[in-house]
Design a binder for this molecule. Sequence first.
Ligand code: NAP
Length: 203
Amino acid sequence: MQGRYKKFDLTDKIAVITGASEGIGRDMAIGLAEAGADVIICSRREEKLLAVKKSVEKTGRTAETYVLDLQKVSEIAGLKSFIKTKTDKVDILINNAGHAVTKPAWDVSENDWDAMVDTGFKGLFFCCQAVGSIMREHGYGKVINLSSTFSKSIVPGRSVYAGIKAGIDHLTEALAMEWAPHGIRVNALIKKWTAGPNRTVAG
Ligand SMILES: NC(=O)c1ccc[n+]([C@@H]2O[C@H](COP(=O)([O-])OP(=O)(O)OC[C@H]3O[C@@H](n4cnc5c(N)ncnc54)[C@H](OP(=O)(O)O)[C@@H]3O)[C@@H](O)[C@H]2O)c1
């Protein structure tokens, strides 16, 4: 564990992070490893995940990569099977992956809608269900869903994104209530917008 994370000791915890190939997900994977966790990192682009794996391993912790498209629920079932071949427990799930299209509501196509909702909302729910079911077997787990300030406030061009993030907040509360008796805490993290060099998602 590296010094700056002493307060947040995660030694030997297992964390699953979606959308870990870049941006916030990548940084979280490395940060969790610096705090002592072994990580399972997922996204669609294997070469990007392998680069993150290398960075994680420099901290002395392990990283397993799993390539999946969150828009396909069958691939999320595959993630659960993969996790079970590597470990019998998961302590932390970070539902970070998201897809954003910035367009006036008039111009949002069905494809735009499906990409945003299936990745950021449907995919998030089925990740909670798949990984949460592993947590339930051990009566312990922490789920963190990436929300946004746009769940509470809005700007033009972000109607669908804002709706998804508001939905995530409410879904998080519903799951927190349903899963507390199983020792699983579910929280949403609201992050304020910051511009990044390669960000497809912001806000
Ligand atoms: N950036 C901000 O200022 C900000 C503010 C508030 C909230 N947030 C939230 O924080 C999260 C991360 O934001 P970010 O800016 O770091 O995003 P980003 O840099 O665009 O990264 C998005 C990640 O999601 C993955 N992803 C996208 N579609 C996917 C799919 N269908 N299946 C699997 N993985 C998929 C991408 O990997 P692949 O392309 O390899 O699949 C990538 O790793 C999002 O939920 C976002 O809404 C961000």
